[in-house]
Design a protein around this ligand. Structure first.
Ligand SMILES: NC(=O)c1ccc[n+]([C@@H]2O[C@H](COP(=O)([O-])OP(=O)(O)OC[C@H]3O[C@@H](n4cnc5c(N)ncnc54)[C@H](OP(=O)(O)O)[C@@H]3O)[C@@H](O)[C@H]2O)c1
Length: 212
C-alpha cells in the first residue's frame, strides 16, 4: 500500500515506519526534521520536511496515498498543545481535499476510567495520571471529537502506557468497547496493530483499546 506517516521520529512512529517498510509498503513520512527519520535512504521511503500545524508544508503530498497513519504526540506536559486536535484536523482536511479516506491515529486509554476499574487504579488515574497529562488529554479529547465528526474512515487507537519492549504480536484489542485491565503495550506492538488493521473495516469509525 501507499502509506503516509506522521510522527516517524517518535517512538511509535519509528516502529511503524520500520515495520511498514519491512512489510513492503511504499511510505511517505512527514517530520519537522527529516534528517532524524530512521531508514532514510530506503528506496520505498519518501521524506517530507513539515510541521503538522503548518499544512502548507505537506498537504500537497497527501493525494495518492491509500491510508494516513498518525503517531503524533506532544512531549511537553507543562503547556497546552494543539498538536492532536489542530494537527489531526489539518490532516483530515487535507485528506478530504485529496480524496484519501483511511486514517488511523493515536489517543490514550488514560482519557477515560472504565466502569469496574478497581478503586486504587481509579484513584491513580484520576488524581495522578490525568493531572500529569491534563494538557495532552484535553487536546486528545478534542482530537477524538473532531475525528469522529469527520467523514474519513477513521480508527482511533487508545493505548495504555507505552514501552520500548519488543515486537511480540501478542496483545489484546477491544473494538468499540473497553478492554479489561489495560496496563501497557510496546510501541512495536502498537505499530503492529496499526499496520495490520488498515484494511479491517470492522475497526472503521471505531475507537480501539489495545494492551499486552
Ligand atoms: N507515552 C505513553 O506512555 C503513552 C500512553 C498512551 C498514549 N500515548 C500517545 O501515543 C502516541 C505515541 O507516543 P510516542 O511516545 O511513541 O510518541 P513520541 O515519541 O512523543 O513522538 C511524537 C511524534 O510527534 C511528532 N510531532 C510533534 N509535534 C509535531 C508537529 N507540530 N509537526 C510534526 N510532527 C510533530 C514528533 O516529532 P519531533 O521528533 O519533531 O518532536 C514525534 O515524531 C502519542 O500520541 C502519545 O501521546 C503515549
Amino acid at each position: 500500500m501507499k502509506l503516509l506517516i506522521f510522527g516517524p521520529t517518535g517512538g511509535s512512529g519509528a516502529q511503524l515506519l520500520t515495520q511498514a517498510l519491512e512489510a513492503g509498503h511504499d511510505v511517505t513520512a512527514v517530520a519537522r526534521d527529516p534528517d532524524r527519520i530512521p531508514a532514510a535512504g530506503h528506496g520505498r521511503l519518501t521524506l517530507i520536511g513539515g510541521d503538522v500545524l503548518e499544512p502548507r508544508t505537506w498537504q500537497a503530498a497527501v493525494g495518492g496515498h491509500e491510508a494516513v497513519l498518525s503517531c503524533l504526540g506532544s512531549r511537553d506536559r507543562k503547556h497546552p498543545t494543539t498538536v492532536y486536535s489542530q494537527g489531526t484536523t489539518n490532516i483530515v482536511d487535507a485528506m478530504s481535499q485529496a480524496g484519501v479516506r483511511r486514517l488511523v491515529c493515536l489517543s490514550s486509554a488514560g482519557l477515560e476510567i472504565p466502569p469496574g476499574t478497581p478503586l486504587p487504579q481509579r484513584l491513580v488515574t484520576r488524581f495522578l495520571i490525568q493531572r500529569l497529562y491534563r494538557h495532552g488529554y484535553t487536546d486528545m479529547a478534542a482530537m477524538e471529537r473532531a475525528v469522529a465528526a469527520s467523514d474519513v474512515d477513521w480508527t482511533i487507537i487508545r493505548p495504555p502506557m507505552l514501552t520500548d519492549g519488543p515486537l511480540t504480536g501478542r496483545y489484546r484489542a477491544a473494538v468499540g468497547r473497553h478492554l479489561a485491565n489495560p496496563r501497557r503495550i510496546s510501541r512495536a506492538d502498537l505499530a503492529h496493530y496499526m499496520l495490520s488493521h488498515i484494511e479491517d473495516r470492522g475497526t472503521w469509525q471505531k475507537t480501539v483499546e489495545v494492551s499486552s
